[in-house]
Structures are given as C-alpha cells and as structure tokens.
Design a protein around this ligand. Structure first.
Ligand code: NAD
Ligand code: DAU
Length: 352
C-alpha cells in the first residue's frame, strides 16, 4: 500500500469520527491527521478507540484561519484531503447564519487555496474530497429523486453555505485543475450524533420521559442512511472515485418524521420495558421550522453502478443499533447534556 498523509477535517464530529476510525484502522500505512476546531459539535470522546494509534494525529485548529491552514499544509504536505468540517445544523443556521458563512464557505476556500499552493503542478495521486449534502438541491414534492444533475436550489442558510462551497470546489477544478471529488449525502443517523438532530434528540427525550418536539405536522420526509454506510461510501469514493465527479449517496429509505418517531417509540418501549404505546404519548407538535424543506430523496444509482457501493442495513436494524448505542453510552450523552446544550434547548424549543 502507498504511504500517504491524509487530512480529515471535522474528524471529531459525528460523521468525521466514523471516517477517521475507518481510515486509521483500515489503512495502517496512511498517516491520518484530524483537524478540528472542537466546536460544540466536536467531541474527542468519539475517538477514544483510536486516539493512541501510531498512524493518527489530532490537531486543534480553525479552518477559517487562513495562515494557520497554510502552515499546516506546509508542515504535513498532505497527499489528500477529506473535508467534513462544517457547521451542520439547519436550526442553528436559522438562528445565526454568520458562523455558517465563515466555516462552510471561507473555511473551504482556505483549504482549497492551501491545497493548490502545496500541490502546485504536482497533482498525481492528489485529491481534495469535499463532503456535501443533498440539501443543496432544495425540496422535492411528492414525486422524483435528486440526481447529480439536479439544479441547485438551497433554501436555508446552512444549505446555501454548503451549495456555495460545492460551487467553489468545482470552480477550483475547472479553473485551476485542482483534483476534486464531491459527494452529496442524505440524512445520516447512528452512534455519536449530537443530540440536536432529530434521531438522538428523540432518543434522549424518550429516555428522559420529556416531550418529543415534532415540527409542523411531522409530514416532512427524509432519506435516512446509517452513518457507517456513509463512511464506507466515503472510503470508496476517496480511493476509486473519478476526479471532477459528483456522486449522490442515499439510503433509498424515505420516512416521514412522524412515522420515524413512531418506529423509534416502539423500539424504545421494548428496550426500556415500558407499556406498548407509552413513549408515543410524548409526541408534541410544535411550531414548524422556517422554510422547512418538504422532502429529500436521493437517487444513488451512479455510485452503486460505477463504484459498487450499497447501503448495508435496513432502517429498523440501524435504528435498533443506534438506540442500543445511546442506552449503553449514557456517560457520552450526559457529558454533552451538562455543557451548553441546556441553553441551546431552552432557546430552540421553549419559545415554540
Ligand atoms: P457535526 O456538526 O457533527 O461535526 C462537524 C465537525 O466540524 C465538528 O467536529 C466541529 O468541531 C468541526 N468544525 C466546525 N467548524 C470548524 C472550523 N471552523 N474549523 C475546524 N473544524 C470545525 O457534522 P456532521 O453531521 O458530522 O457532518 C459532517 C459533514 O457532512 C458536514 O460537512 C455536513 O455538511 C455533511 N453532511 C452531513 C449529513 C448529516 O446527516 N449529518 C448529511 C450529509 C452531509
Ligand atoms: O439531508 C442531509 C442533512 O440532514 C445534513 O446536511 C444536515 O447536516 C443534517 O443536520 C440533516 O438536516 P435535517 O434538517 O434534515 O436534520 P434534522 O435532524 O435537524 O431534522 C430532520 C427532520 O426532523 C427535519 O424535517 C426537521 C425535523 N425535526 C428536527 C428536529 C431537530 C423535528 O421535527 N423536530 C426537531 O426537534
């Protein structure tokens, strides 16, 4: 195997930590450098399994700081970049868009500039891999799926900032010949997800016997994918994806929010030894999210046909594993809940 030094940004976050663990364990000859600012969403407890691995190094830093990013690239001379660092929560982007512009747009440009600077014309074997979201495509009606050619139509400050970063990554490919690849993935769920997102928030609230807030009527649809399936897709695209291409990644697994929560309540009743239907009593409809996209659904046939990727888990199985993980890792959850989370929860939900 070729020795390579790979930068993974945002590796202390939800998806990033699964990608870091996969790469560190699967590629002992790679040196994996995890750059993360450790915002509220970054958590080194996600990485305890591999923190002492000889091929792993953690660097705390901010991708918005251009001179720091340049120095980092000069020091490590990365062969590849897997860029996941971002502000990722739609509700926070509605409350405060500015951090999203800084990290998701300016931060991405800083990384692109640094890669361009060190790689120069020596581009063989180099790759800048940008991780993006299906939200850049906007909102679907009852029919249809997002394909790679779907026009961009972002509708929240979060998705607009991700769309902007995708455009910049493509611009560096066309203008400067920077070797890039982009993937746009649907909603992930699984272990280590910060409990501001629907699935872990609901698991935590059910466990604590407090209301489960459902925006609007719960009829919005998302296409759910187990996080390890996303990490496997990222590994595949990083090694086999064609430069300049975009690949959509999704679970072919559409659920309305309300039916997802019903499924979760059923699992939790069984695991917590509650009466059948008990946890459903916690469902509480609250004021809708501003500009709430109705439906996301991904056509992932390109990555399936060209690279042979496919999701491995059925949703109920993945949800079951996820609930088990949260119940077994209450210390991980409690550390988060004892931080700034309480204030966030007050601001986000008690005004609704
Ligand atoms: P997350 O919020 O859990 O983690 C983001 C990580 O980035 C954190 O560790 C945080 O500390 C770090 N970070 C934030 N700002 C930074 C900065 N300025 N400098 C350095 N590090 C910084 O996010 P996630 O859900 O794991 O998402 C990871 C990526 O995948 C994002 O780019 C997101 O847009 C994309 N994505 C997420 C999903 C999903 O369902 N969660 C789906 C598709 C795509
Ligand atoms: O589609 C990919 C995107 O999925 C990623 O790019 C984002 O980073 C990720 O956060 C996620 O965005 P969503 O907005 O779809 O995820 P979230 O978990 O916030 O919400 C899922 C659905 O549940 C959405 O329709 C809003 C709804 N919801 C969410 C919360 C937090 C509720 O009804 N109540 C809630 O309390």
């Amino acid at each position: 195997m070729t020795k390579k030094t790979i930068l993974i940004t945002g590796g202390a976050g939800f998806i990033g930590s699964h990608v870091v663990k996969l790469f560190v364990n699967k590629y002992p000859d790679y040196k994996i450098v995890n750059l993360d600012k450790l915002t509220y969403a970054g958590n080194l407890e996600n990485l305890t399994d591999i923190e002492n691995a000889p091929n792993y190094e953690f660097v705390k830093g901010d991708i918005v700081d251009d001179s720091f990013v340049f120095e980092l690239f000069s020091k490590y001379q990365f062969d590849g970049v897997v860029h996941l660092a971002a502000e990722s929560h739609v509700d926070r982007s509605i409350a405060n868009p500015n951090e999203f512009i800084k990290t998701n747009i300016v931060g991405t440009v800083n990384l692109l500039n640094a890669a361009r600077n060190i790689w120069n014309d020596n581009l063989t074997g180099k790759l800048f891999y940008h991780i993006s979201t299906d939200e850049v495509y906007g909102s679907l009606g009852d029919e249809g799926l997002f394909i790679e050619e779907t026009s961009y139509d972002p509708r929240s400050p979060y998705s607009a900032s991700k769309a902007s970063s995708d455009h910049l990554v493509r611009a560096y490919f066309h203008t400067f010949k920077l070797p890039i690849v982009i993937t746009n993935c649907s909603n992930n769920y699984g272990p280590n997800q910060f409990p501001e997102k629907l699935v872990p928030l609901a698991i935590n609230n059910i466990k604590k016997n407090v209301p489960i807030p459902i925006y609007g009527k719960g009829e919005n649809i998302r296409d759910w994918l187990f996080v390890e399936d996303h990490a496997n897709a990222i590994d595949l695209v990083f090694h086999k994806g064609n430069v300049g291409e975009t690949y959509n990644i999704g679970g072919n697994n559409e659920w309305t929010n309300i039916s997802l929560i019903h499924a979760l309540c059923k699992i939790m009743d069984e695991k917590l030894g509650r009466e059948k239907g008990e946890s459903e009593q916690l469902i509480t409809f609250v004021k809708d999210r501003a500009g709430h996209d109705l439906r996301y659904a991904i056509d992932s046939s390109k990555i399936q046909n060209e690279l042979g990727w496919e999701p491995s888990l059925q949703f109920e199985e993945g949800l079951d594993k996820t609930v088990d993980w949260y119940l077994a890792n209450s210390e991980w959850l409690e550390h988060i809940l004892s931080g700034d989370y309480e204030k966030y929860y007050e601001d986000q939900y008690n005004k609704r």
